[in-house]
Design a protein around this ligand. Sequence first.
Ligand SMILES: Cc1ncc(COP(=O)(O)O)c(C=O)c1O
Length: 416
Amino acid sequence: MTEQSSGATERTADQRLRERARAVIPGGMYGHQSAASLPAAYPQFMRGGRGARVWDVDGHEYVDLMCSYGPVVLGHQHPRVEEAVAAQAALGDCQNGPGPVMVDLAELLVRTVRHADWAMFAKNGTDATTMCCTIARAQTGRRKILVAAGAYHGAAPWCTPRPAGTTPQDRANLGYYTYNDLASVRQAAAEAGDDLAAIVVSPFKHNAGYDQELVDPEFARGLRAVCDATGAALILDDVRCGFRLHLGSSWEPVGVDPDLSAWSKAIANGHALAAVLGNEAFRDGARQVFVTGSFWFSAVPMAAAIATITALGQERAIEAMERAGTELREGILAQARSWDLAVNYTGPAVMPYLTFAGDRGHELADVFAAKALGGGVYLHPRHNWFVSAAMTGDDLALVLEATDQAFAEVRKRISQ
Ligand SMILES: Cc1ncc(COP(=O)(O)O)c(C=O)c1O
């Protein structure tokens, strides 16, 4: 809170916006970006960003370790992406038909992603995962879809983690398996019998609030084998990982190709776009379904995606993120050791998640995050972080200075 010279307290811009929002937006804010469950110091409203830095509405600057929860991969306001956006916007965006960029982008994705023979576009990750299921059902004529217990695939009634407003029928055709446990997949597939349309899987286990788990390649190959044996679609939900782990499907390094994949977040460096990619075997199903939206064919985000994917390759951005993420991991783990704190730092270097041993209610994670925020770093206590390619040595140094202070605060809390 800002002190006035009179000694009275003046509310911050964020507080004033929250108050206005409470009157006209249910709950004041909703969804994954609600600051309600974050430590009190977190701002709800943001003003802008450039590179790896963001500013809240009160002008505080942070090194950004959340990257808008994934979409920003090259850094905020990446010049080549924004140039492409401005050039397309000057021509047109939402029109009576898509621009030539739709075909250009589909061709680029088919060239870039190994399993893809075709591409379709939408707006959000939920659109893409839902479309994948619809296409799999249209192609196979079957109903059942297997998902990993606790996995997040979006906010539609079939997959939202909060049941309010949904019915049991919305999930009546889902079956559940345990990530990295092939026996549980085989059992769920057997229960679905000849009605199995698809198995949905994320590139690694990234359930929010839990330590992350990389995929066991044997598990990935086993899923492929179950789908090959049954004719069900293997659907890779690459919404969160896509184009951050690899310039192609995130399972290309694992050596397993899905039939269908869902994309959004990073594909247009923050511009609103989702994609479904598929192989020949599912082209017919994709042709049959009626899927559309007023803004799905807007040309500007497609131009942004072409510029993003091109820059990811030309600027060797995946390698840059990997380097920054590895330095971050080494720095954080060394600090945890120096403060004698037992932590789990899980997941890929570019999408890490930090928990403290025994911190079930995330109290220590909250202490850590709040102190890091005060030191100028925006990270999350209960969700994986995202490293962008814009992270400089100075950004990283600032992050590690703040996290060292944050570990000190956690040590102090434990010792109290
Ligand atoms: C793995 C995964 N799938 C699907 C979604 C849904 O994407 P969106 O929020 O764009 O609808 C998300 C969003 O966080 C995600 O992480």
